[in-house]
Write a protein that binds this ligand. Structure first.
Ligand code: HEC
Length: 165
């Protein structure tokens, strides 16, 4: 009896959820200006993301100072999970937190440095964004340092007679 009542309720819910009264952005509207639901921003509106994107586009040239800054920032913010060598075996993973991928796997060796910049800015999967802690120039410094870690690890594999990939 009780199960029957719940099933009846669920049935009613389903109908209502599918047919919610709402307007889609590109839908025509008799009420709104331009005859469309989605409205253009008023004249003079400033895109707040523009200065950030412009700064992000300014990738600093590679230098020893950049790499040193990157190593310092990486060791502060990233190594707890990604480990000092980028293997993903930091102190946090394994304590109920999943292991990040190794920076030495072929896919992450092949991505452009801008991918590391993006991951720091946006976060990635379960990894949080570090945009509020790592400034755009420091994101490039860390990206450069990750590249250096990858190169150093590939070298070691070659000298040890392992596979260079
Ligand atoms: C609290 C642990 C933690 C910290 C700190 C952390 N990460 Fe991650 N990171 C992860 C995890 C976990 C993943 C895998 C996320 C997933 O696949 O859902 C990841 C993934 C990544 C990836 C791989 C993205 C891909 O394409 O697979 C990069 C690159 C990365 N992190 C860079 C960084 C950098 C740079 C920092 C420091 C600014 C950092 N992470 C700090 C846990 C962390």
């Amino acid at each position: 009896m009780r199960v029957g009542a719940i099933l009846l309720l669920l049935g009613a819910c389903d109908g209502n959820m599918v047919q919610q009264p709402r307007a889609d952005p590109y839908e025509a509207s008799a009420l709104l200006p331009d005859g469309m639901v989605m409205q253009s921003p008023p004249p003079g509106t400033i895109d707040q993301g523009a200065p950030v994107r412009a700064q992000a586009a300014q990738r600093p040239p590679m230098s020893l100072a950049l790499l040193e800054r990157g190593r310092e920032r990486f060791n502060i913010y990233c190594a707890v999970c990604h480990a000092y060598d980028g293997s993903g075996n930091g102190v946090v993973p394994g304590q109920g937190f999943p292991h990040p991928p190794s920076f030495h796997e072929p896919r992450l060796r092949a991505v452009p440095a801008a991918h590391f910049y993006e991951v720091i800015t946006q976060g990635y999967g379960i990894m949080y964004s570090y945009a509020d802690r790592v400034s755009p120039p420091d994101r490039w410094a860390i990206a450069a340092y990750i590249r250096a870690l990858q190169v150093s690890q590939a070298r070691r594999q070659v000298t040890e007679g392992g596979d260079a990939d």
